[in-house]
Design a binder for this molecule. Structure first.
Ligand code: BGC
Length: 719
């Protein structure tokens, strides 16, 4: 449709019809068409009303959505097609590793490929919009939703945000096989206090802008078509009714022009937050804040008309929101083809197709992180191995936001080993407690693989923990096995870093498998048996204990920094009982080969705005196996008008090196990479001294110094 036709359509719509476009309901409203029961009654709707609204959440399947679309268009007075939105977060029918794992690939291009595959499946199943990517910065693993985030670093999250948006949308999400992408949760949901889900946040404006908003901004710049609000407050105002956040920061400053949707029920929750009087007040505030779609609360449906008729809300606000929704429908091509790509034939072809299964496996190879290896890995097939733990045969490891997978298609760890290594001497004890026979088997094994951690029922939304140690039963299991056999390879599943200092110390090897997706256990098996060389790097630090949270490598210098010693020192900034540093930091992950880094060389030691410095290292695979390595760049601004982080992640290149091969890796340093919110909250760089490091983790000391020079007079005059 041309813009003028959209405008004419809008002019022709009644107020109630317009308001219905701003409402989103879940699929439960569309079950039995002849039964006037359940949510329809709870929401005080007429029988037909659900069929006139603008968008539906969570429904999927080509035939079902085609039929539903027919009915929607029949009952909507102007035959406007509905939008079908769903949480297709890390897979539709084929599950890929959970986002925390994807983050650990340190490979944004891989995330783009994954999202392309996810979009292909979702589009064939009739979905128009996915509620993904979730780009909330996560530094506190008490929060169950860490599993949906790519981790603790603003820069890395921003790269993943862009690549995921590109993967879903391509250059035009109206094209076949693409879906519109909705970035969430705006904003700073990952900063919920004490890691407790749905809690408030307490952030300085500087922290919000410099750390938390970076990834959403990147998604907006990449052309994301929708944004979802967050459940939390910012500055004690619920995000969904926060006019400053939505109108000023998101729309005006970031330049977002697309559709803004509330999170589930969040418009109404401003009442329970205690910042709106009632449904009417909540509707007014959310509308004024610029929230276009009310997902699953009654506020817009029943309150907007009265507000407009009473002159308390300008109808132009309603029109503005409706126009954005019509524009999204138009961009998706729904006025020409209301089903978009929904096709039962295409579902047959693409859902869980071989290509996607293969990608799920290859992706997991890059996401799994080897954290410790005292020479016990890789395993050889002649060794007697015992695998212990119920998670070893659990299909609930695809992740809690892979809602539409078929559970029976998830390959378990046991299944993967049996299929790929039929000749290996592996016995399975699929229980979290050991009987006598189990104890004997453990005692007589050359290696014990102990599978611990979480599955999707214990990590994800609303799965916050006050104590992130392993559950007692698993700790007891570990101790029991350790009594009998010290050759333990611990494999962790789950969606967050857990506090495992003893397990880490006592295990001979340790692997974080995350929630690896439909075919990820093949990758895990191949890593254990050495067919695949691990290359994952932690996208979230592993703390020693819950008390260190929130934690990130992006620490700041205090007035009393701790000198580099291992013990406690009074009257400096440290703990009496644990170190300041995490057990395993951001960027950390081992390989079966050895990557040697040359010293960093710079092509010059100082530069001004408009110029660049090139920093390079030569990386050599000096071990005995081919492998991939994420070469990482960190920078420190030595002094600033405000306190600056001790180092910040600023670049990565993931390279593949055959054994014996070496390669030069270069990073260009430009002035814009050095910008931050200065004492006046201006986003600028400050001339002065910097240190950069290039290495294999955030611990690298392979550094060089450079200087950013003040702008020359001529440059200042040009400005
Ligand atoms: C979650 C969102 C999700 C929405 C719709 C909410 O509970 O916070 O991330 O997109 O439900 O399912």
């Amino acid at each position: 449709m041309e813009q003028i036709e959209l405008e004419n359509l809008l002019k022709d719509m009644s107020l109630s019809e317009k308001i219905e476009q701003l409402v989103q309901l879940h699929g439960g409203f569309y079950g039995e068409t002849d039964n006037y029961t359940g949510p329809v009654v709870d929401f005080h709707m007429t029988k037909e009303q659900p069929y006139r609204i603008g968008s539906i959440l969570g429904e999927h399947g080509a035939q079902k959505l085609k039929d539903l679309q027919d009915r929607m268009m029949e009952l909507q007075p102007h035959h406007i097609p509905a939008l079908f939105m769903a949480d297709v977060i890390h897979g539709y029918r084929t599950a890929f590793p959970a986002p925390i794992g994807i983050g650990s690939s340190f490979h944004p291009e891989l995330a783009e490929k994954i999202c392309e595959a996810v979009a292909r499946e979702a589009a064939a199943a009739g979905v128009h919009v996915t509620f993904s990517p979730m780009v909330d910065l996560a530094c506190d693993s008490r929060w169950g939703r860490c599993m949906e985030s790519t981790g603790e670093d603003p820069w890395l999250n921003a790269r993943f945000a862009e690549s995921m948006v590109r993967g879903f949308q391509g250059d035009d999400y109206g094209k076949k096989g693409r879906v519109a992408s909705c970035v969430k949760h705006f904003a700073a949901y990952g900063a919920v206090q004490s890691g407790r889900d749905y809690n408030v946040t307490e952030l300085s404006e500087r922290t919000l802008f410099e750390d938390y908003l970076v990834s959403y901004r990147a998604a907006v710049s990449a052309g994301v078509s929708m944004v979802m609000t967050a459940f939390n407050t910012i500055n004690r105002i619920p995000c969904t009714t926060n006019k400053w956040l939505m109108r000023k920061v998101l729309r005006e400053d970031m330049g977002f022009t697309g559709v803004l949707i509330s999170d589930y029920g969040a418009v109404g929750e401003s009442i329970t937050h205690g910042s709106s009087e009632d449904l009417r007040d909540a509707a007014k505030k959310a509308m004024e804040a610029g929230c276009d779609i009310d997902m699953m609360s009654e506020c817009y449906l029943h309150q907007l008309e009265g507000l407009v008729r009473a002159g308390e809300l300008d109808e132009s606000l309603v029109d503005e929101a409706v126009m954005r929704i019509l524009a999204l429908k138009n961009q998706l091509g729904l006025f020409e083809n209301p089903y978009k790509d929904a096709s039962t034939e295409d579902e047959e072809k693409v859902l869980f197709c071989e290509e996607h299964q293969e990608l799920s496996r290859r992706a997991a190879e890059e996401c799994i992180v080897l954290l410790k290896n005292e020479g016990v890995l890789p395993l050889t097939e002649d060794r007697k191995v015992v695998v212990v733990g119920s998670l070893a045969d659990d299909r609930e490891i695809t992740g809690s936001w892979a809602l539409f997978v078929k559970k029976e298609q998830t390959v378990t760890f046991k299944q993967a080993i049996k299929e790929l290594y039929p000749g290996a001497h592996v016995e399975f004890i699929l229980s979290d407690s050991l009987d006598e026979a189990g104890v004997d088997a453990v005692k007589n094994a050359d290696r014990v693989i102990l599978v611990l951690g979480e599955n999707q029922s214990t990590t994800g939304e609303s799965k916050s923990l006050a104590d992130i140690s392993l559950p007692r039963e698993q700790r007891e299991l570990f101790d029991r096995v350790y009594e009998e056999n010290k050759n333990i390879v611990t494999v962790l599943f789950g969606g967050r870093p857990l506090a495992i200092p003893e397990v880490a110390e006592k295990s001979a090897a340790l692997i974080e498998g995350w929630l690896p997706g439909s075919c990820g256990c093949y990758a895990l098996a191949d890593i254990l048996f050495g067919r695949v060389n691990p290359s994952g790097k932690l996208s979230m630090s592993f703390p020693h204990c819950t008390g260190q949270l929130p934690i990130s490598y992006r620490q700041f210098s205090t007035g009393r920094p701790k000198p580099p010693v291992d013990h406690y020192i009074p009257f400096v900034s440290n703990y009496m009982d644990v170190p300041n540093t995490p057990l395993y930091p951001f960027g950390y992950g081992l390989s079966y080969t050895v990557f040697e880094y040359s010293e960093v060389t710079l092509d010059k030691n100082s530069f001004s705005k408009g110029e660049k410095i090139t920093a390079s290292v030569v990386v050599k695979n000096a071990g005995r196996m081919d492998g991939m390595e994420a070469v990482q760049l960190y920078i420190r601004d030595m002094k600033g008008s405000v306190v600056r982080p001790l180092r910040e992640f600023k670049g990565v290149e993931k390279i593949f090196l055959k054994k014996g091969e070496e390669r030069e890796v270069r990073f260009d340093i430009t002035e814009d990479m050095l910008r931050f919110y200065d004492i006046n909250m201006d986003f600028v760089s400050e001339p002065g001294d910097f240190t950069l490091w290039i290495g294999d983790s955030s611990l690298t000391e392979n550094g060089a110094k450079f200087r950013l020079l003040p702008q020359r007079q001529e440059q200042l005059q040009e400005v």
